[in-house]
Ligand binder design. Structure first.
Ligand code: FAD
Ligand code: NAD
Length: 474
């Protein structure tokens, strides 16, 4: 212990108060464990402060404005002027409500909250340095630890984030004016969600992506749907190019790119958003002192019980690797707390959904047809185009599909890909079907409210059985 430290003890030390950490802490408190949660910055972590929530708030406002301004076909003529300051204040208000909610829920569940940066000292001791000069530090002895330190954006060589020309997603989510032009490096989750949002806000957006299409984790037709809609919004794309460096010009950045064959190009933009992935923040709490070594990707590897190689240390959320999604962090937080409390909790990665909040929205869970075949299933695919969905048409939509995959022999639902309005919500039904071991007939015969988008999930299940009524069968 350092002289001057206050010394305390706890059953469970949770490092990091994002979705992984605060869920582990609250669940631990509910199970009667003595839990201490240490957060260095803001409760709610990336998700609430600079990720999921602020991005979805801005995507909603810009989507609303764009929809209102493009509804002439419905007989609606409107002009929507976005007051960036008003939009930002509203978004910040949403964030504040949620982050203060996290703090209250932790306290209500008996979690001891400490603000400061935690670092392991040895296998059962950590030290917390409180923020600010002269704030002191304390030493905490723990039985179990949960590392939930999250991730941070990857910096491309030569593209140090300065919050001005070279921005990460947090910078873009807190802009106080609309940039005239933005170059987005990376056409993944962040690149596509934020370029759609920026285009609707009125920026001229160009996306430079190293691969040959956007959203490499999704199928070709899904990537095409998102890309062509973005093109309709005025977003320009350059594929097969990697950003190599930049120089400052008059009030702009000039970014150089290069293809694999050595062909170079240049782009000039007021701001550059670099969104080329995130790296686990496994270097913030001296994990080596507790006996852990992150792998080459910075991941703290875990088993299905969220245990690291060190029996009494768990890792959850982004620091424990892909998929780096808030709901995966939540689930791991639950499992960590329950395992520490002696319950037989385990992770089931197959039913973890993902969603991209682009226009159109994308939802995905479980296996696609190729993945199912690779795992030895004989896949059967059912599809319902959204142009045959009454509800989609009444919403002014009609683009996209629900594509459901099941095993032909047993009819067990294996996965789905959805491109539709509110796809992120619709995918939950398929996640539940997988989790419950539902068969196509269960989904098809469930009476869905009419007219709703969710009817398309049931129709896709019926289509897989050649029994769809609102679309032609296969
Ligand atoms: P984090 O939320 O990063 O929290 C980690 C916390 O640990 C931080 O608060 C940090 O301050 C703290 N910390 C780190 N080191 C220490 C230390 N030594 N001591 C004390 N505290 C420490 N996911 C989705 O599922 N849906 C989305 O729509 C979505 N949108 C996103 C949009 C953007 C722009 C970004 C950047 C991410 C988005 N994500 C989304 C991903 C999601 O935010 C993360 O997967 C999630 O926040 C991970 O939770 P976590 O608890 O692992 O880490
Ligand atoms: P990403 O992995 O989704 O996409 C990064 C993209 O950058 C890839 O397409 C990659 O090919 C490209 N790239 C890499 N290096 C490049 C270079 N030098 N030049 C040009 N292109 C390059 O990463 P992201 O968009 O930064 O998002 C990070 C993570 O945050 C996501 O993986 C996801 O886990 C999480 N996230 C989730 C959501 C959501 O759930 N809706 C939203 C935003 C972020």
């Amino acid at each position: 212990m350092v002289v001057g430290d206050i010394a305390t003890g706890t059953d469970v030390l949770v490092i990091g108060g994002g979705p992984g950490g605060y869920v582990a802490a609250i669940r631990g408190g509910q199970l009667g464990l003595d839990v201490t949660l240490v957060e260095a910055d803001a409760y709610g972590g990336t998700c609430l402060n600079e990720g999921c929530i602020p991005s979805k708030a801005l995507i909603h406002v810009t989507g609303l404005a764009h929809e209102a301004e493009h509804a002439e076909a419905m007989g609606l003529y409107a002009r929507a002027d976005i007051d960036v300051q008003g939009m930002t204040e509203w978004k910040d208000g949403v964030v504040d409500r949620l982050t203060s909610g996290v703090e209250k829920l932790c306290k209500a569940n008996g979690v001891n909250l400490i603000e400061g940066r935690a670092e392991f000292v040895d296998e059962h001791t950590a030290r917390v340095v409180h923020g600010g000069e002269g704030q002191g530090s304390e030493s905490i002895e723990f039985e179990h630890a949960v590392v939930a330190t999250g991730s941070r954006p990857i910096e491309l060589p030569g593209f140090g984030f300065d919050g001005d020309r070279i921005c990460d997603s947090s910078d873009v989510l807190s802009l106080d004016s609309v940039p005239e032009s933005v170059l987005v490096v990376g056409g993944g989750y962040i690149g596509m969600e934020l370029s759609t949002m920026l285009a609707k806000l009125g920026s001229n957006v160009t996306v430079v992506e190293m691969l040959d299409d956007v959203l490499p984790a999704y199928g070709d037709d899904i990537a095409r749907a998102v890309r062509s809609r973005a093109e309709d919004l005025g977003v320009e794309f350059s594929f097969g190019e990697a950003a190599t460096g930049w120089t400052e010009t008059a009030a702009a950045a000039r970014v150089a790119t290069e293809t694999e064959d050595g062909e170079t190009s240049e782009y000039t933009a007021e701001r550059v958003l670099v969104a080329v992935g995130r790296r686990p923040a496994s270097d913030t709490c001296n994990v080596e002192a507790v006996g852990l070594s992150p792998n080459d990707a910075g991941v703290l590897e875990t088993d299905a019980a969220t245990r690291t190689d060190v029996e009494h240390v768990h890792a959850v959320g982004d620091v424990a690797g892909e998929p780096m999604l808030a709901h995966k962090a939540y689930r791991e937080g639950h499992v960590a707390a329950e395992v520490i409390a002696g319950e037989p909790a385990r992770l089931d990665q197959r039913a973890i959904p993902s969603a991209v909040f682009t226009d159109p929205e994308i939802g995905s869970v479980g296996l696609d047809a190729e993945g199912a075949a690779a795992e030895g299933f004989d896949p059967v695919v059912g599809e319902m185009p959204m142009r045959a969905s009454g509800r989609a048409l009444t919403l002014g939509g009609g683009e996209g599909f629900v594509r459901l995959v099941a095993d032909a022999d047993t009819e067990f639902v294996l996965g789905a890909r959805i491109v539709a309005p509110h796809a992120a919500e619709l995918i939950a039904e398929v996640g539940l079907a997988i989790e419950m071991g539902a068969r196509l007939e269960d989904v098809a015969a469930t009476v869905h409210t009419h007219p709703t988008l969710s009817e398309a999930v049931a129709e896709a299940a019926a289509n897989a059985r050649n029994a769809a009524v609102h679309t032609l069968n296969r």
